[in-house]
Write a protein that binds this ligand. Sequence first.
Ligand SMILES: Cc1cc2nc3c(=O)[nH]c(=O)nc-3n(C[C@H](O)[C@H](O)[C@H](O)COP(=O)(O)OP(=O)(O)OC[C@H]3O[C@@H](n4cnc5c(N)ncnc54)[C@H](O)[C@@H]3O)c2cc1C
Length: 487
Amino acid sequence: MNEAFQVVWFKRDLRLTDHEALFQASQWSLPTIFLYIHEPEVFGSVHYSPRHERFIWESVEELKAHFAQKKLAFFSVEMSAIMCFEKLISLGLTCVHSIEEVGLEVTFARDRKLKMVFEKAQVQWKEYPYSGIRRGLSSRRDFNAYWYDYMSNQIPEVSWEAFETPLAITEQISGDMSLMQEKDKVNGIIQQGGISKAWLYLKSFTNERVANYMQHISKPEQSRKSCSRLSPYLAWGNISLREVFQHQYTAGQTSSYKRNMRQFASRLRWREHFMQKFESECEMEFVSVNRGYSELNYDDEWEKYERWKAGKTGFPLVDACMRCLIETGYINFRMRAMLVSFLCHHMNQSWERAANYLSGLFLDFEPGIHFPQIQMQAGITGINTVRIYNPTKQAQDQDPNGYFIKKWCPELEPIEGGLIHEPWNLTQMEQTIMGVNLGVDYPLPFLDLKQTHKEARERLYGVRKSPKIKSESLRILKKHTLKRRNP
Ligand SMILES: Cc1cc2nc3c(=O)[nH]c(=O)nc-3n(C[C@H](O)[C@H](O)[C@H](O)COP(=O)(O)OP(=O)(O)OC[C@H]3O[C@@H](n4cnc5c(N)ncnc54)[C@H](O)[C@@H]3O)c2cc1C
């Protein structure tokens, strides 16, 4: 008979500090195994791609090294969570500590099954809230007060000396379980995972890069440096939101850029506003939050969709953003919104197509932000202003010299000045002089922006009056928003 032991199950919280499951487990006097499970069922989902797996692998490798230094047993295995826990139960598992994941249906379904497995085996599963998010919250009345309170609370420290390793069990796990394999490096210039990288980005942001935060936030090139770039670290939990919040608060006291720091802090709150929305209505992964919009008719043209996906629409900023995203896993908020607006409004394609493709490209894919944001930008919530971005105007405002466009669409390099934003206006003579051949080197656009803008407006504002959309809007306002709401 093996000795009883507990597991700390790492999910999207791949760090060592401000880690509720670790902290709580340290209060129990039971031998402990630390575990990350890389689940083929989850990573087979359309929303995940090799870039996520590589980031996680890097994060897990760093964790492993920390645990090795502490002489504690950290395992990263690659198998179904059900099979993994069934094996651990057979070895004497009595308790599991983890966060409540704000996840996709595939992880909720797994958790439902696991609950039954644990109940049958009389294993306790202690789940702790993810950051300031509350399960089962029915109204937002006290959201801000609760959130600020949580963010300001002292972070509990884990007492590492309380942990001991069940040696006999670790030997059996090493022998019997399939360990996580190294994930291939992905092509491109993608941020690397891990706690040390997360803190590096945070400190360099609050020390220096914050200086131009608000001036550059919507500019596709400059935002790469002037925004924090913390999103993948927050998404995979290399750092907690509370750690970021408290660090920026302290740094903000002496910063010369207090206004920028406040703007940054408000985005940290938005993050959890969206995540709470998804936690309270996770059906958003599959249906429009405002059910009244389910009946919209979309153009399901594949060929144009493929051109959007490949960055070959003929609209320079749209194409540059898509190509940059494919190569680097990141673009800023405004450009994400523009890509979705272009697909859903100008091309009249469904929000699901945007959601399914972009999730695999965003290194920071976070279901709790992704689905509400996609639906908001697609104009189907019924409670937000519908923004139909004109990509030419965005390019003129946010990339006036075409630096970003030329970087990602080198075919357009020879075009001088403002002409880069509307290459389709170049005459044959001008193309010859400049050395570009539109329709051959770079595609000509497949739609007329003025016309598609008008059609999208009519379509979206037309249906907004439908009784179902109106009643759904009232329901959403009541359930998901504050009286004085911002995002
Ligand atoms: C269609 C669409 C899909 C998106 N999908 C994701 C996603 O899957 N994962 C994700 O992390 N962000 C998503 N965002 C929000 C936003 O674009 C990114 O969080 C931001 O660009 C990340 O860059 P940063 O870390 O430099 O942000 P900063 O401006 O430095 O902000 C700091 C942090 O605040 C949070 N944040 C910032 N802006 C927002 C916002 N508008 N809504 C919610 N949280 C915000 C993020 O966690 C971010 O890391 C999406 C936005 C849109 C329009």
